[in-house]
Structure formats: C-alpha cells, structure tokens
Design a protein around this ligand. Sequence first.
Ligand SMILES: C[S@@+](CC[C@H](N)C(=O)[O-])C[C@H]1O[C@@H](n2cnc3c(N)ncnc32)[C@H](O)[C@@H]1O
Length: 331
Amino acid sequence: MNYIGSKHKLSSWLLKSINEVCGTDLSSLVFCDLFAGTGSVGRSFKPLVKSVIANDLEFYSYVLNRNYIGNNQELNASAYVEELESLKPIEGFIYNTYSEGGASGRLYFSAQNGRKIDAIRSQIEVWFSKSEIDEDLYYFLLASLLESADKVANTASVYGAYLKKLKKSAQNPLKLKPADFEITSGNHSVYNQNSNELIKDISGDILYLDPPYNARQYGANYHVLNTIAKKDTFVPKGKTGLRTYKKSAFCSKNQVADAFEELIKQADFTTIFLSYNNEGLMPAETVKSIMKQYGKYDLFETSYQRFKADKTENRNHKATGTTEYLHILEK
Ligand SMILES: C[S@@+](CC[C@H](N)C(=O)[O-])C[C@H]1O[C@@H](n2cnc3c(N)ncnc32)[C@H](O)[C@@H]1O
C-alpha cells in the first residue's frame, strides 16, 4: 500500500541498524512496532524475533496488522476468496457515498468497484456473524479487501481528496488478491490503541517508534479505508465525505514533544529506536534532549528519496531528498 511514512523502502537499512545495536540474533527478543501503519516493519521482524507486538490508532491498520502479524497459522481461504470474487454486485454505503454513479457524486471508486466492495464487505460480515469464519479468516479477508480496494482507488495517493476523472488504475476492475502472511514459530499480538495508553501495559526488548512526522492526521487521510473496515454508517461531511476521526498528539506542534517524552518515560523496553526525518514537527535536537534524559543516546541517519504523487495520476512522481534519522536510546 502506498502509505504516508511507509518504511517499506527503508526496511533493510532499519534491520541493518537494529542489528548493529542489538546483535544479529534477535530470536529471543520481543519487538514492538507501536505505530505500525501498513505493518511493513513488524512483517520484516516477524520471522526474526520471538514475538512481535504491533499497534496502531487506526482501525484499518489494526485490520492489516491483525492479518500480517497476528495470523500465524495456515488458513483455508481460497474457496472463500473465490466465492467473494463471484458475488453479485450490490449498491450499498460505499457505492452510494464514495463511488461513480452513487447518490453523492464522489469519485473515490468506479461504479463497478464500489458495488463490488459493498458486496464483498457485506458477505464477509454475514459469514463472521454466523460463525462460518473465525477471527483469523475474518481479518485475512478484510485485509485482502482493503489492499485490493486501495489499488483501484481514484486518488493521487491518500483519501483526503478524490480525482475529478477516473484515472487509469481506478478503471481496472477490483480483483480480490489474498493478503498472504508469513507463518512463524513466534507468538504475536496486535492492538488498536493510543500508543501512550498501550505503553503502560506492555514490555519487551526492542521498541520501534515510527509516529507521524507532520500535521497530516492519518484518520482524515485514510478515512475511506476505515469506513470499509468498520462497515458502519454515518452522515458523511463535506465534499470528501469525511467521517469523524481520531486526532493524534504526534500531529500537533503544541502537543508532540510532551506526548513523545511521556512515551519514552513510560517505556519498559531495553532499546528504543525512533524513526523521524529532518522535516518533522520535532527538530532532531528536541528528540535528542528528551531521549538523553533516560539513558545512552545515539543517532544513525541516511538520505532518502521520497516520492510525491502527482495530482492527476499516481505515476509521474517527483522525487524529493530528505534525511531519515534513527534516534537510539539504550534505557
Ligand atoms: C509514519 S506512520 C507508520 C508507518 C509504518 N511504519 C509503515 O511502514 O507502514 C505513523 C502511524 O502512526 C499511527 N498513529 C498516529 N498517532 C498514534 C497514536 N497516538 N498511537 C498509535 N498510533 C498512532 C498512524 O495511524 C500511522 O499509521
């Protein structure tokens, strides 16, 4: 998934850096990905550690992580995926509120994809409510739907706005692609909580922090994914059909330093890594002065080519250079 702040492309640098500090054998360690997003970091550590704890404030992210991290046993999913693929389309909330031809005139999805999302989402809920599928399969199917719907979304990259005309990839019919996960010998857990609450209840060896860097709230930028995941109804607001969303202290210039300090103070982990970049709300000096109060501090950095989506098409990206920091605290 194309996600703001995704660490997918930085995962080998992160692993190399964490290996440098914690050693190359991580097999007896508990690794926590407290701001997990797409789950890309937790997924790369899942086969290497004893246990992953994944968490995010957003429900769509919980769904992805509950599948990619939480699922750890083989599922017999193919017959269900096939049945979902062949359902008769229906005109439900996603079609009416966010799709071409729907009552609202919003253009997040083509008409046929909006109807298909509604049909698939309803059927998953029917199976789950009748206990025909268990929780593991439920989240596997939901994660597969979120990933597949995101591929055909008619946006420049996030759901803060839709494009005026259906772009090429949004005209493709949605294909339900199974969201395959890795089976490991470890035991993993997944949460959907505010980081600063959850931190009081967990402990472990490596705490990886990748909070938002700037004022862009994830709940606003990915609201359509939350609506597909939750399958609730509400009165959509404004041109983009926004739902009410949670606001993160890490996206607020006035609150971020206090929230960060509280998190570091509460953390019962041996080593803490913070990903942040040089364009973030907290200058590197502020991060350093907070972390230094709680133990031995170090800093790694790398330059990173970030890609900005073009306004009309997801192609033709413009590259911008940033410095990616990995702040380290041995507590
Ligand atoms: C930079 S992204 C993480 C990206 C992730 N590492 C990846 O590779 O996909 C930041 C994440 O923090 C989450 N978030 C923001 N505030 C939070 C909070 N207070 N507690 C937990 N998660 C939060 C957002 O929903 C978002 O998914």
